[in-house]
Design a protein around this ligand. Sequence first.
Ligand SMILES: Cc1cc2nc3c(=O)[nH]c(=O)nc-3n(C[C@H](O)[C@H](O)[C@H](O)COP(=O)(O)OP(=O)(O)OC[C@H]3O[C@@H](n4cnc5c(N)ncnc54)[C@H](O)[C@@H]3O)c2cc1C
Length: 431
Amino acid sequence: MGDTIVAFSTDVLIVGAGPAGLAAALAATAQAGVTVTIIDENPAPGGQIWRGGSGQWRDSRAQALWDTLSQRTNLRIVYGARIVGRFGEQEFLLETADGAQTIRWEKCILCTGARELLLPFPGWTLPGVTGAGGLQALIKGGMPVKGKRVVIAGSGPLLLAVADTARRAGAMVVTIAEHRSTGELMSFFLALLRQHRGKFLQAIKLFWSLKQIAYRHDARVIKATGEQQLSSVSLQHGSKTLDLPCDFLACGFGLLPNPELGGLLACHIDEGSIQVDAHQASSQPAIWAAGEACGIGGVDKALAEGHIAGLAATGQTISDDALARRDQARLFAQLLNSSFAADERWRHLCQPDTLVCRCEDVSAQQLALHGDWRSAKLMTRAGMGACQGRICGAACQFLFGWQAPGMRPPVFPVKVSTLAALGTIGADHKQ
Ligand SMILES: Cc1cc2nc3c(=O)[nH]c(=O)nc-3n(C[C@H](O)[C@H](O)[C@H](O)COP(=O)(O)OP(=O)(O)OC[C@H]3O[C@@H](n4cnc5c(N)ncnc54)[C@H](O)[C@@H]3O)c2cc1C
């Protein structure tokens, strides 16, 4: 167990085959004589927004990028491999279906994307309740929703993208409950019109395609109800309470960067994202980062940053145009983040008996007895389950202001055989 380890090496390792990783690979592979490897835990390229790989994509940029990349002979892509640990200076441990592997690299570009911020409210652990992006990922992965009643709640443009995916898959979207008030939404759309006309037109097109669906402003989920499975959702809409029967509730409270590998490599992390300079270089030599991992901002920012990181890591010239495109995409990201930031009022959704750590069944009132994450973790086991604090750690940070837990290697739950491999490698390194 754990004694056969496949090891390989590359000049440039890109972690993540989302828009940032693919753009980085396109730029890096343009440098002749450089070997580039992309590693992704998913079975196909595309990351979150372009999930499912070529053939599933409706964004023509994805297909164009992929068509060019497929011609590059200095690129290798490894799917179904998750980086879980580091040893030595420039070597990672990977977990794959075929066992543990290692990869050595000269330069590394972290394009590890984002995950959803999941906030607790009564009934949020019922089967049928997911994150907004989570439901979208399930549908893109083939989960049938034809004829199913779907309520989408939370805040931000992801709610519209999810409604569009659900509608196309044949679901009946009962309503989109947007937490922001009509005034707040108007300010956002006016700013979009003034500063990002292309995005404004995209939004209008999306709204038009969703015109049959009730889009409620100033509306928020209060509770999800059901015996074994979700059967209805209660919403507060202005001064009214609505009870809506449904099969799925998808809640989008925002996204959080995935900085674990940056942490593993001792890169400077601030407010949960990997910090980079103007050329996407991290605080550590030979390590760059791009996309959501260094700040939530959407696909345009991911593409622009990935492009710059790929050029920088291979010593190519970065044009002023590339920097300007990235800066413009970051302005849009700032507008999004300020318009749809997590709202203090979401704290009140969580009741004393609501489970916050769903892996270890720990309620809000049990956690509230503690002053910080460490004490809560030691006394209640919060954060010690399968998610390793990825969900409840962020929820506790939001609810109680506690510093989210740091990650220790392996940074994801792993098979015993992978841990055994880590021991073998450790022994090899000491020889
Ligand atoms: C659930 C979800 C749904 C979303 N849906 C939309 C949408 O419909 N429209 C939209 O505009 N934006 C959407 N977004 C926002 C989205 O993150 C960006 O628009 C875009 O995908 C960011 O690109 P990226 O390359 O930075 O990250 P991602 O696209 O997230 O790609 C990161 C990749 O890194 C891989 N990875 C991470 N860690 C490891 C590891 N340790 N080992 C191996 N592989 C690893 C992941 O498997 C993933 O494929 C969504 C985000 C989430 C979280």
